[in-house]
Design a binder for this molecule. Sequence first.
Ligand code: MG
Length: 378
Amino acid sequence: MPTTTAAIIVAAGRGTRAGGGVPKQWRALAGRRVADWTIDRFQGQVDHIVLVLSPEDDAAWADFRDTDLILASGGSDRAGSVRNGLQALAGHGVDKVLVHDVARPCVSAQIIGDILSALDTHQAAAPGLAVTDALWLGDDATVTGTQDRTGLYAAQTPQGFRYEAITAAHAAHPGGAADDVEVARAAGLDVAIVPGDADNIKITRPEDFARAERIMGTDMDVRLGNGYDVHRFGDGDHVILCGVQVPHDRGLQGHSDADVGMHAVTDAIYGALAQGDIGQHFPPSDPQWKGAASEIFLRHAVELAGQMGYRVSNVDCTLVCEYPKIGPHAPAMREEMARIMDLRADQVSVKATTSERLGFTGRSEGIASLATACLVKA
Ligand code: MG
């Protein structure tokens, strides 16, 4: 009979020790959230993935609602969160379950596979790294003694268990366990130690983000593209810039809605992909793009990036004009382009400059825009 496997990724923590003002699992790491990388590591390795989220994380609940993940609500402590995750798997016929810290995004397929295999012959198995450094006891900044390291291991996750056994163990545990291995042992389960991996780090401190990026760096592929566009002023009472309608005593001329900013950003993304430019994908000779909302172009570029295995990490757009004044509208422009690209506003920059009344922009004959896009391997 085939074995049914699952992973519970515990992402309900509110820990902000790693900096950034938001729980570490929602902070960016190499262009994506820590949690996204961690979830990806288990995709295709197990039959079901449960993501345990804090009941307060409204944005995360909304983001993952329409995915194939099973969502569970966090408990009052980590053990409560794991119990809720186990409960969410009830009725799925799960034989083997892995419990993993969301803050370990560098976990390898090798460790996941090793733990699952060990569960063929053990009720529980977990990765451990034999301690090789000498260990001291200390009081403030002074060494007060040494500790024999023989037989000591640093515990990692994913910790794996037979589903029924760990569910019963959690139900019987009085609470206060450091991890699920402690819960399992309290219930009398033998826990096999599987070799851990020094790269399977837990993001805890601010500097751990750079370390995790270095570890992941071997398969990173960063691409940059630039875009430049100009549209001429004509009759009208508003312009559309970066998706936002800005009142002005003139309009911009163009085949589409003449959104010069969004065109430059779109071309920057095409450029990063080496996939030509807007004119190539949406020929101006084709009447169906007359007056089109430029959102169509930008969305196409982002979708093409996804199809090619990339995601937009950030974009930066500069608008060059004397008028209209961009500053008051920049936050709305960032929000709008972030919405279209499915990014956060802090991944989208919109800024403006004049050209000191020099040249065509200085004479207010039109608006120019430059943009840079950074794409990373998805
Ligand atoms: Mg254009």
